[in-house]
Design a protein around this ligand. Structure first.
Ligand code: SAM
Length: 288
């Protein structure tokens, strides 16, 4: 049985260890057992699963994960939390705590060593200051992943799941949708955390595709074009790509590609679907 997850049990641990929250690490600990149970349920973990948790804090969600998964590896950056985790997780023999910055950890190697390279499930109440680098790092490094179930700032969840023509649509939406199917699962109020964050939170599940829904000859080029198109949001796609430092396409070439695709010369990046970015990338790839 999980012993953590309420305000009372959290305060007890914080007092016992004289722990002070570090704002720079995005520390907002969950103190609502219903939310913890829901996250565990929607993550779909079973006793067959190897789970990677990012930022276990004092080990609250880790306890729920340990009870439902075969094995949990929890990566925590804050040194002050390591002895606390040794205490709160002492009754679980299927949890390993790794004291590391998740952005510096070789996750592929970890998954290779600990799960024989088979796909893992990621579950986390993420530190919001590095949500995008964590998600992009996981997706782009081609770590074998089945799903990523994460608590993120509400606005970021919105950006991950929208399509063309909306204000939230951008490079993050396209990257997430290239690698996974995003589904919003739970809305979480600030009162469910200690301390309370100044923003609303959402649990989103990304179910990773076995094969991307579109095929581009050169994936890297496609993402470079996507980033360039959204770098200068109010500019046309032709100007965005033409002005990008890391790309060397003439505006005339981009215009000709758009014409072949039946798109107007003044089209903006936010109007193109993932499929259209893949086609654009294939036209321009022929010129590289
Ligand atoms: N999982 C706990 C919970 O739900 O109560 C804590 C979640 S809290 C939002 C984010 C956690 O991520 C904190 O424990 C913080 O110290 C940790 N963290 C922040 N930056 C990190 C990084 N770069 N690598 C690993 N952990 C990090």
């Amino acid at each position: 049985m999980a012993t953590l997850g309420t305000p009372g049990s959290t305060i007890e641990i914080l007092k016992k260890y004289g722990f002070h929250f570090q704002k720079k690490y995005g520390q907002n600990f969950l103190v609502d057992p219903h939310i913890l149970e829901k996250i565990t349920a929607v993550s779909g973990i079973t006793k067959d699963d190897f789970v990677l948790e990012i930022g276990p804090g004092i080990g609250t969600m880790t306890q729920y994960l340990a009870e439902n998964a075969r094995e949990v590896a929890a990566v925590e950056i804050d040194k002050a939390l390591i002895p606390i985790l040794a205490d709160t997780l002492s009754s679980y023999n299927n949890v390993t705590v790794i004291h590391q910055d998740i952005l510096k950890l070789d996750i592929r190697k970890l998954v290779e060593q600990r799960n024989g390279g088979r796909p893992v499930k990621v579950v986390a109440n993420l530190p919001y200051y590095i949500t995008t680098p964590i998600i992009m790092g996981l997706l782009e490094s081609h770590v074998p992943l089945e799903s990523i179930t994460v608590m993120v700032q509400k606005e970021v969840a919105d950006r991950m799941q929208v399509g063309p023509g909306t204000k939230d649509y951008g490079a993050l939406s396209l990257a997430v949708q290239y690698y996974a199917k995003p589904e919003v699962m739970i809305q979480v109020a600030p009162a469910c955390f200690m301390p309370r964050p100044g923003v609303g939170s959402t649990v989103i599940r990304l179910t990773c595709h076995e094969k991307p829904p579109v095929k581009a000859e050169d994936e890297e080029l496609m993402f470079a074009l996507i980033r360039a198109s959204f770098n200068q949001r109010r500019k046309t796609l032709v100007n965005g790509i033409g002005n990008a430092q890391n790309l060397s396409f003439a505006k005339a070439d981009v215009l000709s590609a758009l014409e072949q695709m039946g798109l107007p010369p003044a089209v903006r990046g936010e109007e193109l679907t993932l499929e259209q970015f893949a086609r654009l990338s294939d036209y321009l790839y022929l010129l590289t």
